[in-house]
Design a protein around this ligand. Structure first.
Ligand code: CAA
Length: 258
């Protein structure tokens, strides 16, 4: 298995786990960490045995944002011509479902990374925010876009303009996270969710993710058409036959990703 400088990877059954691991900087995102993350995600995407990816951080921080020490000396020409963070959204481009298990700080790019994941499960210790405004900039990795779609304009404006943090309870009530659990149970609950997703037909989970994401990016009628276009072909899979036959025969389905 590949070893990385900024992340720890581990495979458990059909779940590929990625733990962000820059403890000295509260998992702040830099080019090295993003390169490691991209490589690990691509590896799990290519691995036929993996049905779900789980991304987590430490107890103290999921990720405290882009690395400010790295950005401190950067000017406009550097970021514009270098297309800074232009390709930091590899997680959002993953086709397989991605679960985020978030404890502690998920700020700036850390919050944006969590929002690139498909199911966000938060510990009661989690704190979300887009504090870039305090640095004289704005979020650059989806914080004004995915956050606004997830929690609405009123809350997104509040968070992005004041830079305040939102606790896990508020994040759940706002629709940013799917579940909040006691910190000690975070990994168990997130693993169970990831294992459940991974136990389904990968054909169906990829299709399902694609279809839900269409709701994020299109009108209702476009989204309904997209859903139908994705729904019908699933009837051509062996897994659909197995899923429905297993139900009728009152037994668990055994999907083959075919
Ligand atoms: N970049 C670089 N280093 C960071 C960091 C970051 N985003 N966040 C924390 N660190 C470092 C600190 O500098 C510190 O290192 P040193 O001990 O070497 O000084 C170490 O991590 C521990 O941090 P603190 O001592 O500050 O810990 P704390 O518990 O007192 O505070 C915190 C925690 C509130 C998260 C605070 O660290 C903080 O405010 N961090 C910055 C958060 C932020 O502004 N994030 C947005 C970044 S910009 C961005 O993400 C742009 C984008 O949209 C992509």
């Amino acid at each position: 298995m590949t070893t990385y400088e900024n992340i720890i990877v581990e495979t458990k059954g059909k779940v590929g786990i990625i733990r962000l691991n820059r403890p000295q900087a509260l998992n702040a995102l830099n080019a090295g960490l993003i390169a490691d993350l991209d490589k690990a995600v691509k590896g799990y995407e290519a691995d036929q045995n993996i049905g779900c990816i789980l991304i987590t951080g430490s107890e103290k921080a999921f990720a405290a944002g882009a690395d400010i020490k790295m950005m401190q000396s950067m000017g406009f020409t550097d970021v514009f011509l270098g297309n800074f963070i232009g390709d930091w959204d590899g997680v959002a481009r993953a086709r397989k479902p991605v679960v985020a298990a978030v404890a502690g700080f998920a700020l700036g790019g850390g919050c944006e990374l969590a929002m690139m994941c498909d199911i966000v499960i938060a510990a009661d210790s989690a704190k979300f925010g887009q504090p870039e405004i305090k640095l004289g900039v704005i979020p650059g990795l989806g914080g004004t876009q995915r956050l606004t779609r997830a929690i609405g304009k009123a809350k997104a404006m509040d968070l992005c303009l004041t830079g305040r943090m939102m606790d896990a309870k508020e994040a759940e009530a706002s629709g940013l996270v799917a579940r909040v659990v006691p910190a000690a149970e975070l990994m168990d609950v997130a693993m169970k969710a990831a294992e459940t997703v991974a136990s389904m037909s990968l054909m169906a989970t990829i299709a399902c993710k694609d279809s839900v994401n269409a709701a994020f990016e299109t009108t209702l009628s476009e989204g309904m058409r997209a859903e139908r276009r994705i729904f019908h072909p699933l009837f051509g899979t062996e897994d659909k036959m197995e899923g429905m036959t297993a139900f009728v025969e009152k037994r668990p389905a055994k999907f083959k990703n075919k």
